[in-house]
Ligand binder design. Structure first.
Ligand SMILES: Cc1ncc(COP(=O)(O)O)c(C=O)c1O
Length: 348
């Protein structure tokens, strides 16, 4: 089977633009850096989840589901985009959010309510709880309860795991590599490296599949973890690739799965000085806005790896902008990046 034959509901505006970053390339002193603008995929302010949700929504419709349940953090980009996708296909969307409701909803949470999520359940974190949880925890428990309640009322809920299934990430993101290849081909170039933030890992799973299917594995895919350890993520990616190759009925090659987990810092969503530097660098050299939780940490990885000489002079590095900008307008994220000592930021 070909990916093009798998059922999909169109949600994203594709292909997303590919843009060269000449000033950042000069500052890093070697590679030619491009950004693949999946923050501009259209629906509800865009982001990487749309390519995956196209497959999840098609599956929900095929199963004659009457509603969707999904989960994530309070500032989940995934939940915002699932709520929007549900609007497009006409299904009510129930959200289970790990964390306490803030006094003033901002960022993604505000958008969830504007999009009219059918319900939002908050699952406050216990003080010793790791974020994201390493095993099914209270959020999953709440999803299971909600599903049972809805089924009791005669509904047929379709449950989308946080970040979407690896298979849907694989199907959604493999064609992104083909897009990158075509866009670079116009410039007589090819991708040497593709770099992404790695959260639940399904985006990276798709990029690896895409490199194998469309670039003979020659575009090396680097994941920069924003939360979990590299081992855990690599295992998940390997499982997702097994599933994708089984569906496509193709012989599976040896995979190169590379994840850098040294840029997470103190934890998911918590700032690091390298993230702050990377966000400022992209903004001030290129006018490119990154978010502190995902793309900022991923860019911190690119900057550090470039400084360490991983990318050779002239090599083409494609940085996947996975979105996440709405979260920047939540007070917690804004506080992690704001610099009150900057000139022009003086309070009277
Ligand atoms: C903006 C943004 N970037 C990157 C990621 C990570 O993608 P993935 O979960 O596929 O690893 C996420 C979601 O987790 C996200 O919201």
């Amino acid at each position: 089977m070909q990916i093009g034959n798998v059922e999909r509901t169109r949600l994203a505006l594709l292909p997303s633009p590919l843009q060269e970053l000449p000033a950042l390339s000069r500052a890093l002193g070697g590679p030619r850096v491009f950004v693949k603008r999946d923050d501009l995929t259209g629906l509800a302010l865009g982001g990487n989840k749309l390519r995956k949700l196209e497959y999840a929504m098609a599956e929900a419709l095929k199963a004659s589901s009457t509603c969707v349940i999904t989960s994530g953090a309070v500032q989940s980009n995934h939940c915002r985009l699932t709520a929007a996708a549900c609007r497009v296909v006409g299904l009510p969307c129930h959200l289970v959010l790990g964390g306490s409701p803030p006094e003033q909803p901002g960022g993604n949470l505000l958008l969830d309510s504007i999009l009219g999520a059918a319900s939002m359940r908050f699952v406050p974190r216990t003080p010793d709880q790791k974020d994201p949880p390493s095993r099914p925890g209270p959020v999953q428990h709440s999803v299971d309860l909600l599903r049972a309640e809805l089924e009791e009322r005669g509904e047929r809920p379709y449950v989308i795991p946080n970040g979407c299934r690896s298979l849907h990430g694989a199907l959604g993101y493999a064609p992104c590599v083909r897009e990158i290849g075509c866009q670079l081909h116009e410039l007589n170039l090819a991708p040497d490296w593709v770099v992404t933030a790695c959260g639940t890992s399904s985006t990276q799973c798709g990029l690896i599949l895409g490199s194998e299917l469309y670039c003979g594995g020659e575009a090396r895919v680097l994941g920069i973890s924003v939360s979990r350890s590299g081992d855990v993520l690599a295992r998940r990616i390997a499982e997702g690739l097994d599933e994708a190759y089984a569906l496509l009925g193709r012989l599976e090659p040896e995979h190169e799965i590379t994840i850098h987990d040294e840029y997470v810092g103190p934890g998911y969503g918590l700032p690091t000085p390298e993230m702050v530097e990377a966000v400022r660098l992209a903004a001030r050299l290129e006018g490119l806005i990154l978010d502190p939780v995902y793309t900022g940490k991923a860019m911190a990885g690119v900057v550090d790896l470039a400084r360490k000489g991983l990318f050779r002079r002239g090599e083409v590095v494609v940085f996947l902008h996975t979105g996440g900008i709405p979260g920047l307008f939540a007070p917690e994220q804004a506080a992690s990046i704001r610099d009150e000592d900057e000139p022009g930021y003086a309070f009277p």
